[in-house]
Design a protein around this ligand. Sequence first.
Ligand code: DON
Length: 315
Amino acid sequence: MTPSDWDRLTDQLPAWLESSRKESHKGRPASYIPELAHAQGDALGIVLLTGEGKEISAGDAGLTFTMQSISKVFTLMLALIDHGEEGVFRKVGMEPTGDDFNSMLKLELVEPGIPFNPLINAGAIAISSLIRGDRPAEKVERILSFFRLLTGDPNLAYNEAVYHSESATAHRNRSLAYFLKDNRVLEEADDVEEVLDVYFKHCSVDVNCRHLARMALVLALNGKDPDSGALLVPRRYVQIAKTFMLSCGMYNASGEFALQVGLPAKSGVAGGILTLVPGQCGIGVVGPALNDKGNSIAGVHLLRTLSETFDWSMF
Ligand code: DON
């Protein structure tokens, strides 16, 4: 970003954010995980972090919320570190579905019965089964350590209330997981409830917009730690993660988001969006009111404004 772009951003971001906040009344916080329904619908916050160490925030940037599906990008990278491409792509495909994020439809309809991609719920549950560790607690600890490395926050933890709330009501995810067991995507040794437990816990990790922006900046820098320059994740695995973000990160609105914003992004049902401008900056957004595709309605609006203003589309 040029110095004059940065000045313009500093100047205008609060006004752009307030104008996007007005969109939130058109959506609602998720309620199928009961604990998420308490979120403030018109909250909206953003943090941008650049490779040169500049930072800007606006609105409700200090809000804490759970990562939900955003965590799937990073468990995918950890599974790639643990098993390589071959090991991962035996269990999940590489294609968008065009269906809802929790759909079962294609698992039965399309052979060979593996989830279409690692960012839909079925795919992310399969990925949870690949995280190395002797016991579920060890797998969760490895995931948390990896997330701590990427956020730079040693205190990152999962939210007990949201985890219990999801676990107690996750009938559809349970059916997906048992279906995966029947299809042998989950193997003999995989205990379905233990795999789900790992999945619910990584979805429930508490973050704020700065955490997301820091993780996004690592992706923007192709796996490098923004402070030390050390390579945290092999470049190829970052490339795979970003490609899935572009094709599947906003679920069945990924095509629309690619047209309107043109950046790799991942949303979560708590209202978070993690996105990045390649080589330049990492961005974390939160806006709990969701549209009918499960993406933050005001968050998408704000990212569209920024992308149009600064010509950020990759295309
Ligand atoms: O499994 C679920 O339904 C949630 N833990 C995550 C779903 C999610 O974030 C979808 N995002 N838009």
